[in-house]
Ligand binder design. Structure first.
Ligand code: 5AD
Ligand code: SF4
Length: 475
């Protein structure tokens, strides 16, 4: 009887998934009778904001299926890992984590372990999971997360392990349930995938080619979020500046921002990530004119050497990047500019690193993530000559890190004494009588206050800068 559920399933999405959500209750109840308790789930997310948003969608699906969210990874009946593969240490960390999960004794032989996300798009990883981690029951990639309900239904139905990884993305599926981590802020996907093929980067291979969502759908989601109490949206894409390129109309990112700006209730707009090669004057003007777009831009530099940038296929020079960043600073003086830098790219010399440090000093980054180059199988850079020994990397990495820290420390202090508007996010982790909130420029401030302020935008005077955050008081 339950088998005919598959035969009668609608073909179109998302109707098909809502159908499996509805039909899963009988199978869930049967399993719960065996277990003697209501089934719980736990989602662990690795990596970027895209993964965080995907996890919110999967949490929404699991909740609609009637499973209860649990704080405990080891104790939950369904344990889901949303993985990242941007650098090899992300992969190693995950394998370690997964091994230790299995090591921790569980009385629950019925536990369902699910691995999805970027690692699952790599055939090597799938092979290793299947061969060495037999306790993983369901594996799927980045393109079919919306199918979670169907995959769980299938597993509950016949108990057979499932691997369902797609080489290519399918159509964008709208209206998937989602449960937000924060009631007052949310990520909103505006595009998926990436077409840039930076030579070190695995993202285009695991997330597929670039596809923009229709503006109408994005705006509909933003209206819905606003009516649900969301004050801050973060528009998400690997390269938001090329938003609209894959659409048939003349929509682009600055135009989309202007539309989001019109939505009552949305008080702050952020976006992530910008590729310098596509950042237009139109965008700078829209940011300048806006009352809602936050005074922060994340603008990955990767390297300050034109020679290395060319080898990385970044399609800008040292001078173009520096001019662009300084133009943004000139036009929007309060802005905070953060960046990503890679050290140890094949063939990089100390003189190339000098160029990177030169850009750091010229642009005065407010913050930077510095990464050691990690060869990713299948990317062009992994085949390039001129790998570095760990000693060279440690030395050059330290030079870059020191430059970055010197700049960001001196930049952070510049707001002391200001009154800034702050979105209050949570009770301070170290002292319960304090709250923690985020300023428009993305810096955190901690100040005494009542939990009832959480989710509100309030004015805070910045009293003291302590490196990368401030202490303040409500005014
Ligand atoms: N090695 C090191 N860092 C990398 N990044 C992307 N791919 C690699 C790699 N193979 C960094 C880039 C990117 C950030 C998200 O991760 O700096 O901007
Ligand atoms: Fe990777 Fe480059 Fe695409 Fe960013 S723009 S995701 S670094 S390929």
């Amino acid at each position: 009887m339950l088998g005919s559920v598959f035969e009668n399933a609608p073909v179109n999405e998302p109707e098909r998934q809502y159908y499996f959500i509805d039909h899963s209750s009988a199978l869930r109840a049967e399993k719960e009778r065996k277990l003697g308790h209501a089934m719980t789930f736990h989602v662990t997310t690795f990596g970027c904001q895209m993964n965080a948003r995907d996890s919110e969608k999967m949490t929404g699906i699991l909740t609609q299926m009637g499973f209860c969210e649990s704080d405990s990874e080891t104790g939950a009946d369904i344990v889901l890992f949303n993985t990242c593969t941007i650098r090899d240490n992300a992969n190693q960390k995950f394998y370690g984590h997964l091994g230790s999960l299995n090591g921790k004794s569980t009385k629950n032989s019925e536990r369902i372990v699910i691995v999805c996300g970027c690692m699952a798009q790599e055939s090597e990883c799938v092979k290793r999971l299947e061969e060495s981690y037999g306790f993983v029951n369901i594996i799927f990639g980045t393109h079919n997360i919306y199918k979670l309900a169907e995959l769980i239904y299938r597993y509950l139905y016949d108990g057979r392990n499932i691997t369902d990884v797609w080489d290519k993305p399918g159509d964008i599926v709208e209206d998937i349930p989602s449960i937000r981590k924060y009631p007052f802020k949310s990520g909103v996907n505006i595009m998926f995938g990436c077409n840039n093929y930076c030579t070190y980067c695995i993202v285009p291979y695991v997330r597929g080619n670039e596809r923009s969502r229709n503006a109408d759908e994005i705006l509909r989601e933003c209206y819905h979020l606003a009516s649900d109490g969301v004050k801050e949206v973060m528009l998400l894409g690997q390269n938001v500046n090329s938003y609209g390129n894959s659409l048939e109309n003349d929509m682009n990112f600055p135009k989309l921002l202007k539309e989001v700006e019109k939505i009552d209730g949305i008080e702050r707009i952020r976006f992530m990530t910008s590729h310098p090669k596509d950042l237009s004057d139109e965008l700078i003007q829209v940011m300048k004119d806006s009352k809602k777009i936050c005074r922060h831009i994340h603008l990955p530099l990767q390297s300050g050497s034109t020679r290395i940038l060319t080898a990385m296929n970044r399609r800008y020079t040292k001078e173009q990047y520096t001019d662009l960043a300084l133009k943004i600073r000139r036009e929007i003086p309060q802005i905070s500019i953060t960046t990503d830098i890679i050290v140890g790219f094949p063939g990089e010399t100390t003189r190339d690193v000098d160029d990177t440090i030169d850009v750091i000093k010229k642009v005065h980054f407010d913050g930077a993530f510095t990464f050691v180059y990690s060869p990713r199988q299948g990317t062009p850079a992994a085949e390039m000559e001129g790998r570095h020994d760990p000693e060279w990397i440690r030395r050059e990495f330290d030079r870059v890190l020191t430059a970055v820290q010197d700049e960001s420390k001196s930049m952070a202090g510049r707001f002391t004494g200001n009154i800034e508007s702050v979105l209050v996010e949570e009770i301070n982790e170290k002292d319960e009588s304090y709250l923690s909130g985020r300023m428009s420029n993305n810096l955190m401030v901690h100040f005494p206050g009542e939990p009832s302020f959480i989710g509100k935008i309030i004015n805070v005077r910045l009293l003291e800068c302590r490196g990368f955050y401030y202490m303040g008081e409500i005014v």
